[in-house]
Unconditional design. Structure first.
Length: 295
C-alpha cells in the first residue's frame, strides 16, 4: 500500500491555506467531474482522488493527523483522535454537498489511516457552475468607431450582441450565463468575447487618438491652399498655409476615436504632411524651375 500525497493531487504546497485548498478543489473537481467527462474512466478516477484529497485537507483534524504522520501512516493509530468538529468549511456558492460516498470511493491508504469513508460528499449531487466559454470577434476600425449590432455563433447558437463604439483591440466583454450549462442545477458559465480589430490602411490608432499622413503637392505647400481628407467621421476640408514644410504636423481636435461608453467625446486626429515632388516635368516646367533657382 503506497502513501498518497494529497497536496500533490491538488497541486498545492504543504503550507497551503484553507482558501487555497478550496480554490484548488473547486477548479479540479469541475474539470474532472464525471458529468462533464462521460465514459472517461481516468477522469472518474481522478475525480475520486481529488475528493479524497479535499476530504482530508479541508478537515482540520484529518489534515493535522495527515501532516503529523504522513509517510508514517502505519503508525497513525498512535495519534490521539480529536473529538472536535468535522465542519467542512462550506459557503462556496459554486458547489454544495449531500449524500455519502461509499467506502469503495476511498483509497486503501485513506481507509487505513482514517478508518474508511465518512465525508458528507457525493459526486452525483455536487452542484457546479458551468464552464466559461471564450470567443473572438474580428472587426475593422470602422466597425469599432460606431455602436452597432453583430451576430456571432458560439457552440451552434447564434447570439446578437451590441458592439459599443470605442471598443479597443484585445478588450473583452462578458455575456453572463451564455457559457456552458451548469452541472446538477448549478448556474451556467459566462461567455467572454475578445475583440480583434484589424489594422487600417491609412489610420493608426493610439488610445483614442488617430494618426495619419496626408500628401500635398509642392505648389500647395509653397503657395498655400486647401486639401480634403477622409476621416472615420466623414470628409473634412482643411487649409494649408503657404510655405508649409515637409513633415509638418497639425491636430484636428475631436476628430479622433470615440471614447468607450462616453457618448459625444472623441480623441484627436493628428496629421503629418508629406510633400510630393512633381515628376515627369515638361521642358517648359524645367525651365521655370531653373529660373526660380536663379532668383
Amino acid at each position: 500500500m503506497e502513501f498518497v500525497d494529497y497536496y500533490k493531487i491538488l497541486g498545492l504546497n504543504k503550507d497551503a491555506k484553507d482558501e487555497d485548498i478550496k480554490k484548488a478543489y473547486r477548479k479540479l473537481a469541475r474539470k474532472h467531474h464525471p458529468d462533464l467527462n462521460p465514459n472517461d474512466k481516468e477522469a472518474h478516477k481522478k475525480f475520486q482522488q481529488i475528493n479524497e484529497a479535499n476530504e482530508v485537507l479541508s478537515d482540520p483534524e484529518k489534515r493535522k493527523k495527515y501532516d503529523k504522520y504522513g509517510k508514517d501512516w502505519e503508525h497513525a493509530d498512535q495519534f490521539e483522535r480529536a473529538a472536535g468538529s468535522r465542519s467542512r468549511n462550506q459557503g462556496n456558492a459554486n458547489y454544495e454537498y449531500s449524500g455519502d460516498f461509499g467506502e469503495e470511493d476511498f483509497s486503501e491508504f485513506f481507509s487505513s489511516m482514517f478508518g474508511g469513508g465518512g465525508g458528507r460528499r457525493s459526486s452525483g449531487n455536487v452542484k457546479f457552475r458551468g464552464q466559461d466559454f471564450n470567443a473572438e470577434l474580428h472587426i475593422d476600425l470602422e466597425g469599432a468607431y460606431t455602436t452597432h449590432q453583430q451576430t456571432i455563433s458560439v457552440n451552434g447558437k447564434n447570439l446578437r450582441i451590441t458592439v459599443p463604439a470605442g471598443i479597443e483591440n484585445g478588450q473583452k466583454l462578458k455575456l453572463s450565463g451564455h457559457g456552458g450549462p451548469g452541472v446538477n442545477g448549478g448556474p451556467n458559465g459566462d461567455l467572454f468575447i475578445t475583440f480583434v480589430i484589424a489594422d487600417h490602411p491609412s489610420l493608426k490608432r493610439v488610445g483614442n487618438d488617430l494618426y495619419t499622413t496626408v500628401d500635398i503637392d509642392l505648389y500647395t505647400a509653397v503657395l498655400g491652399g486647401e486639401v480634403t481628407i477622409d476621416t472615420l467621421g466623414g470628409k473634412v476640408k482643411i487649409k494649408v498655409p503657404p510655405e508649409t514644410q515637409n513633415g509638418t504636423k497639425i491636430k484636428l481636435k475631436g476628430k479622433g476615436f470615440p471614447l468607450y461608453k462616453k457618448e459625444g467625446e472623441f480623441g484627436d486626429l493628428y496629421i503629418t504632411y508629406a510633400i510630393k515632388i512633381p515628376t515627369k516635368l515638361t521642358p517648359r516646367e524645367k525651365e521655370l524651375f531653373t529660373e526660380l533657382s536663379k532668383l
